[in-house]
Design a protein around this ligand. Structure first.
Ligand code: NAP
Length: 239
């Protein structure tokens, strides 16, 4: 049975990816940071449906916590990693504190680096592996009042393209998904009116579902000859 580590899988897009991978026969490692109850509930729900799942806490921004998580796996590395954990920050750049900057960059960029660096030696020795990074449409295009978030997600796109070249000869694929507006807790600061406006700005005329992103992640996990790709899952938002 193949193992998939999904970071930030207690809620939202990560939880949907965990459900989708578990339903496709993977043993899923549901990583969480603060939402232990939600992660354990998801794990219990999957297990009671006959799926294979466990949940492990680790703050992906901290390399020692990532190392401890991987040390709990029998093989020391999953076959597939989905670097999904992320945080948003809305506001004018000039008002952003050093702490807010660090929170966004440490989670969204350093977190991806920490996990990739930790899983790659084992993937390289096995000559196989799948890494799927979750960026954002704003990483391609930039959003006002989300400058550092956009910068962090642009970094994930750059990392994906470069790492795909670096580890391709070792049989490892690295791909990236750029979600548009997906209806999760990350949108909690937006009103219903804001959400309706974003839906009407989307050519497919609705907000995305976490399961829409999960379908793309599963595609990359199951594709052996696709690498270095950056795929919008956005309903055409911000084309
Ligand atoms: P969400 O509902 O806010 O969930 C975020 C997840 O990330 C939670 O499971 C959270 O875990 C986890 N997380 C945050 N910091 C972490 C850390 N340091 N270590 C481990 N886990 C951490 O967000 P979402 O909408 O599902 O977003 C998932 C990904 O998609 C993010 O990378 C986000 O930037 C990206 N994205 C989302 C949208 C959107 O419209 N929703 C659009 C574009 C891109 P805990 O709760 O356990 O702390």
């Amino acid at each position: 049975m193949k193992t998939a580590l999904i970071t930030g899988a207690s809620r939202g897009i990560g939880a949907a990816i965990a459900e989708s991978f578990a339903g496709s026969g993977y043993h899923v490692i549901i990583n969480y940071n603060k939402s232990r109850t939600a992660a354990e509930a998801l794990c219990a729900r999957l297990s009671s449906a006959g799926r294979s799942a466990e949940c492990i806490r680790a703050d992906v921004s901290k390399p020692d916590e990532v190392a401890k998580l991987l040390a709990l796996l029998p093989d020391g590395s999953p076959d597939t990693v989905v670097n999904n954990a992320g945080v948003a920050h809305y506001g004018l750049l000039q008002d952003m504190t050093d702490g807010e900057y660090s929170m966004v960059m440490d989670t969204n960029v350093r977190g991806v680096f920490n996990v990739c660096r930790a899983v790659l030696p084992r993937m390289i020795s096995k000559k196989s592996g799948r890494i799927i990074n979750i960026s954002s449409v704003w990483g391609r295009r930039g959003a006002a009042c989300e400058a550092i978030y956009s910068a962090s997600k642009a970094a994930v796109i750059g990392l994906t393209r470069a790492l795909a070249k670096e580890v391709g000869p070792s049989g490892i694929t690295v791909n990236c998904i750029c979600p548009g507006v997906i209806d999760t807790d990350m949108l909690s600061s937006f009103s219903d009116g804001d959400k309706a406006a974003m839906a009407s700005d989307t050519p497919l005329m609705r907000l995305g579902l976490a399961s829409d992103v999960a379908a793309a992640a599963l595609f990359f996990a199951q594709s052996g000859f696709v690498t270095g790709q950056i795929l919008d899952v956005s309903g055409g938002f911000a084309l």
